[in-house]
Design a protein around this ligand. Structure first.
Ligand code: DX5
Ligand code: ZN
Length: 226
C-alpha cells in the first residue's frame, strides 16, 4: 500500500530562518521537504538552486523532493543529485526527451517524478507511466506560492488514480498548489497521496499547521499513513 505523505514546500518559508522553519515542520512530523526550483524561463519567477539545497541538506535527513520548474532539466539532473536530492520531478512540458530524462534521473539513484501543468492532458504520460515513481498533478499554474486550488483538477486526479489502479501500479500521486485544510480532503478522496503545502504550513504556527494537515491525512485509511 502507498503511504500518505505531507511535503511542506520551503518556498513559503522565511529564507532568513530557513533552518528553524525546517526544524519546526520536521519536529512536528513532516518527513518530506518539497523544494521548488524556478528558472525564470519555464515559469516567470526565479527561486533558488543548488547552493541552498546543499546547505539545508546539512540540517535534516528527511527526503528531499525536488520539483524542477526549469527548461531542459536534463542539463542539471546530476547536479541536483549531488547537492542532496532524493527524488527529482521534471515537467513534461519542459523537455523534448521526457523518456530519456526519466532514465537519467533513475540512473543517478533518485526517484523519478513527472509533473503536468493544469492544462496538460494525462495522455502526456502514456508511454512513460510505468517508468515513473511519482506523477505530480499541478493544482495551480506553477510559478508562485499562495494561489487558489483549481477545482477542475479533482477530476484529473481521480482519472489518473483510476488509470494507475487499472494498470496495477502503486505510483505516488502528488498534488501541488492551493493545498490547505479546506482543500486537502477533496484531493485525498480523489486519490492523491503526496500533498505539497507551502503557505498552509510555513508562517505563523508552523508546527501546529503541520500537525493539523498530518492529522487530516491520517483520516484517509485507503492508504497506509506514516
Ligand atoms: C508552485 C510551487 C508550489 C508552491 C505551493 O509553483 O510548485 O510547490 O510552493 O505553494 P502553496 O502551497 O502556497 O500553494
Ligand atoms: Zn512545487
Amino acid at each position: 500500500m502507498r503511504k500518505n505523505i505531507l511535503a511542506p514546500s520551503i518556498l513559503a518559508a522565511d529564507f532568513g530562518h530557513l533552518e528553524n522553519d525546517i526544524r519546526e515542520t520536521v519536529n512536528a512530523g513532516a518527513r518530506f521537504l518539497h523544494i521548488d526550483v524556478m528558472d525564470g524561463m519555464f515559469v516567470p519567477s526565479i527561486s533558488f538552486g543548488m547552493p541552498v539545497i546543499q546547505s539545508i541538506r546539512r540540517c535534516t535527513d528527511c527526503t528531499f523532493d525536488v520539483h524542477l520548474m526549469i527548461e531542459q532539466p536534463e542539463r542539471y539532473i546530476e547536479d541536483f543529485k549531488a547537492c542532496g536530492a532524493d527524488s527529482i520531478t521534471v515537467h513534461a512540458e519542459a523537455t523534448k526527451h521526457l523518456h530519456r530524462v526519466i532514465q537519467q534521473i533513475k540512473s543517478c539513484g533518485c526517484r523519478a517524478g513527472v509533473a503536468l501543468n493544469p492544462s496538460t492532458p494525462l495522455s502526456a504520460l502514456d508511454h512513460v507511466i510505468e517508468d515513473v515513481d511519482m506523477v505530480l498533478i499541478m493544482t495551480v499554474n506553477p510559478g508562485f506560492g499562495g494561489q487558489s486550488y483549481i477545482p477542475q483538477m479533482t477530476d484529473k486526479i481521480r482519472t489518473l488514480r483510476r488509470r494507475l489502479i487499472k494498470l496495477g501500479l502503486e505510483t505516488d500521486l502528488q498534488v501541488d498548489g492551493g493545498i490547505k485544510p479546506s482543500t486537502i480532503r477533496e484531493v485525498l478522496a480523489a486519490g492523491a497521496n503526496v500533498c505539497v503545502a507551502g503557505s498552509a504550513v510555513f508562517g505563523a504556527h508552523t508546527a501546529e499547521r503541520t500537525k493539523e494537515l498530518l492529522a487530516i491525512m491520517r483520516e484517509y485509511t485507503v492508504w497506509e499513513t506514516d
